[in-house]
Design a protein around this ligand. Structure first.
Ligand SMILES: NC(=O)C1=CN([C@@H]2O[C@H](COP(=O)(O)OP(=O)(O)OC[C@H]3O[C@@H](n4cnc5c(N)ncnc54)[C@H](O)[C@@H]3O)[C@@H](O)[C@H]2O)C=CC1
Ligand SMILES: O=C([O-])CC(=O)C(=O)O
Length: 313
């Protein structure tokens, strides 16, 4: 029986999309199709060819092609959507909502047509609301429409904890719940280093500073870059989610899922701990929260709702 490589489409060949495409190929997760708008067809082809020409040097076997034609994406197993505009200093992610809702909707109409069996991962911001737009447009089962926020937010949180303690990032465990905005909820009580709760190792005012830096971590990079937003860590996050799905790893990873009663929310897309495997989101984990943790999550949920309310799909 012929074994075929997985086919992964990355829509948007900008900073996050191009970086993701290269990382996917370097990990040999599948053949990658990079898509952008017709006006950027040649630069998109050029980026893909340039990446492909790195393969003999780095020793990875994966085809990478660039296109502006969705027919080339047909039958993709996974579609990653990074299409849209990024914020600049002084803007919030929510300022992108109207422009990106139109872009994500038009992309998803093509995904629905050409990749009806795919699992779709959304990055475009404001990502909780864009995952809602994707879900509405695609009409796919909820396990196949997933937003990326928690892997990145958790990665920032863990980076800062490791720096604080001067320990390996590999030993830091924690996660971030809620919307991908400045009121996201890093869960201190569930965070540990080598199994030791961080509250036993880091003074509370330093933990508070780490939580605050995590919440504004995207803005910190936006201010430093000056003309765009983060892309290395976001791309790495998308690749981790893709790997969990393609290899059916059944990893416990925070992701944006449709909540239907979980944590007391209905009809809301927001970041929660999920089990990611071959069927996409295979389970949502519901944790018991202290009243102050629930209040923080309610605030984050309200922020997400207020953005979703202005979106017309
Ligand atoms: N959820 C998250 O954690 C993160 C979200 N983001 C978001 O991801 C998005 C992309 O960021 P970057 O790659 O840095 O931006 P970028 O501007 O470098 O790339 C975006 C690309 O999308 C393309 N595009 C626009 N409309 C399109 C369409 N209809 N079809 C196909 N391609 C289209 C553009 O031509 C451009 O090449 C932004 O909305 C950003 O805010 C970025 C980092 C993290
Ligand atoms: O901050 C932004 O606009 C991009 C993003 O979502 C992040 O880096 O967390």
């Amino acid at each position: 029986m012929a074994i075929r490589r997985k086919k992964i489409t990355v829509v948007g060949a900008g900073f996050t999309g191009a970086t993701t495409a290269l990382m996917l190929a370097q990990k040999e997760l599948g053949d990658v199709v990079l898509v952008d708008i017709p006006q950027l067809e040649n630069p998109t082809k050029g980026k893909a060819l340039d990446m492909l020409e790195a393969s003999p040097v780095q020793g990875f076997d994966a085809n990478i092609t660039g296109t502006a034609n969705y027919e080339d994406t047909a039958g993709s197993d996974i579609v990653i959507i990074t299409a849209g505009i990024a914020r600049k200093p002084g803007m919030s992610r929510d300022d992108l909502v109207n422009t990106n809702a139109g872009i994500v909707k038009s992309v998803c109409e093509n995904v629905k047509k050409y990749c009806p069996e795919s699992i779709v991962i959304i990055l475009s911001n404001p990502v909780d609301a864009m995952t809602y737009v994707a879900n509405k447009t695609l009409g796919f089962p909820k396990n196949r429409v997933i937003g990326q926020s928690g892997v990145l937010d958790t990665a920032r949180y863990c980076t800062f904890i490791a720096q604080e303690l001067n320990v390996s990032v590999e030993d830091v465990r924690g996660f971030v719940l809620g919307g991908h905005g400045d009121d996201m909820v890093p869960l201190v009580r569930y965070s540990n280093v080598g199994g030791i709760p961080i509250e036993k190792l880091i003074p509370s005012e330093r933990i508070e500073a780490i939580v605050q830096r995590t919440r504004t971590g995207g803005g910190e990079i936006v201010n430093l870059l000056g003309n765009g937003s983060a892309y290395y860590a976001p791309a790495a996050s998308l690749v981790q989610m893709t790997e969990a799905i393609i290899k059916d790893k059944k990893r416990i990873i925070p992701a944006i899922a449709l909540l239907e009663g979980e944590y007391g929310y209905n009809n809301l897309f927001m970041g929660v701990p999920t089990l990611l495997g071959g069927n996409g989101i295979e389970k949502i984990f519901e944790l018991e929260l202290l009243p102050e943790e629930k209040a923080a999550l309610d605030k984050s949920a309200q922020s997400v709702r207020s953005v979703i309310e202005v979106v017309t799909v």
